[in-house]
Design a protein around this ligand. Structure first.
Ligand SMILES: [Mn+2]
Length: 382
């Protein structure tokens, strides 16, 4: 059986103040095209449909259009909630949607939900597990000690009575880690302090395939059968080197697994450029790629620039952030912080000199000192 694994749509998300709705529609459109070309029987959405528990009207509209398009392709859709979704809101109309072959599991109700489909090799079980945390499952397991995310997952899996001799697919939205392997993380994920939410991937390695959501970079966790599809578009500047994709999985008889990443291309890419303002804004350089890409710009000019954002935006309209990398930011600034008592004894000129040093990373030039002296004289402050 062939199925498409996607996750972390985060519909409605803005990045650095830029709405990603256009990018999201574009990516979802490509997913529909892949469906038509590859004809999988199932689409698995492994959580984080929306970016917020209460998504905006336009976000809901975009997802509604996507589901309607999926229904038109006559695939079975299996969907769980992620840590960004509201489980109850996502549950809305889920019983009615079953008739449309859309199986949605938003709010965990005590066990995994099993959805069995058949192909020429027999039954194939999809096990749906919405995002869980210790506090949200404790009530379902009586006296069982559930302190950690690992405990919560173990309790949920044990309750399902899974026969691992059959063909089983897990759909889950947790932070699975493989001992000794650092996961690729992104700033756009919600990361609890200290990785308390991490769960050992060993707990799910007996599934023929785990269609995972949560991490925004596509990656496997140990084996090829445990995979994060990643988000369909870049959701933070930290992801600018990611190649975004959706995952096409084919499971033949037990153990016969093929996994393929189908690339997604953005309307406008997210990238980082670095150099001097004059070089970056020159025709020669700015014409090398799409000027409307979302950019993090690192300026290396040593001279002070007035209104760098305005100057850059006149060439690149979608600047997301500017950083400076020059002598001021490189060297140890030798900043000094005078205590309150001494401050009162300092002259306005000395105070300003200190402020300049602490913010600019260098002392004032003779010329700059002269300007400050003149200004203070005018105010009668020196
Ligand atoms: Mn996510």
């Amino acid at each position: 059986m062939k199925f498409l694994h996607i996750s972390d749509l985060h519909i409605g998300k803005s990045v650095n103040g830029f709405s990603m709705l256009g990018e999201q529609k574009h990516a979802l459109g490509q997913i529909i095209e892949y469906l038509r070309a590859e004809r999988p029987s199932v689409v698995v959405i492994a959580g984080d449909v929306y970016d917020r528990a209460v998504p905006g009207v336009d976000a809901v509209q975009v997802f509604d259009d996507f589901l309607t398009a999926l229904a038109g392709e006559e695939v079975v859709v299996l969907l769980i909630s992620g840590n960004h979704d509201s489980p109850e809101r996502l549950n809305y109309a889920s019983r009615l949607l079953t008739d449309k072959r859309l199986f949605l599991y938003g709010a965990f109700d005590g066990t995994l939900r099993k959805h069995t489909l058949a192909d020429e090799h027999g039954d194939l079980n999809f096990w749906l597990l919405p995002f869980i945390k210790p506090s949200s499952v404790r009530g379902f397991f009586g006296d069982q000690r559930i302190e950690t995310y690992g405990d919560a997952l173990a309790a949920a899996l044990d309750s399902a009575g899974i026969d691992y001799a059959e063909r089983n697919i897990l759909v889950s939205h947790q932070f699975y880690v493989k001992a000794g392997v650092s996961p690729i993380r992104s700033e756009s994920e919600l990361n609890p302090v200290g990785g308390l939410d991490a769960v050992d991937a060993g707990r799910i390695e007996n599934f023929d395939y785990a269609a995972l959501g949560h991490l925004h970079g596509a990656q496997t966790v140990g084996g090829e059968n445990l995979r994060y599809a990643g988000s369909p578009i870049k959701y933070s500047l930290s992801e600018w080197r990611h190649e975004k994709s959706v995952t096409l999985v084919e499971l033949g008889k037990k153990g016969a697994l093929t996994v393929r990443a189908l690339p997604l291309s953005p309307l406008h890419d997210m990238r980082e450029i670095k150099g001097e303002l004059a070089v970056l804004t020159s025709d020669e350089v700015s014409s090398l790629a799409d000027r409307e890409d979302y950019l993090r710009v690192i300026l290396t000019d040593e001279e002070e620039i007035i209104d760098p954002m305005g100057k850059l935006r006149s060439v690149y309209p979608n600047i997301m952030s500017i950083d400076f990398e020059n002598a001021h930011t490189r060297v140890d600034t030798g900043a000094i912080f005078t205590d309150a008592e001494t401050i009162e004894k300092l002259s306005p000129f000395d105070l300003f000199s200190e402020f300049f040093l602490n913010t600019q990373g260098s002392t004032m030039s003779e010329e700059q000192s002269e300007i400050v002296r003149e200004l203070l004289d005018e105010e009668g402050e020196r």
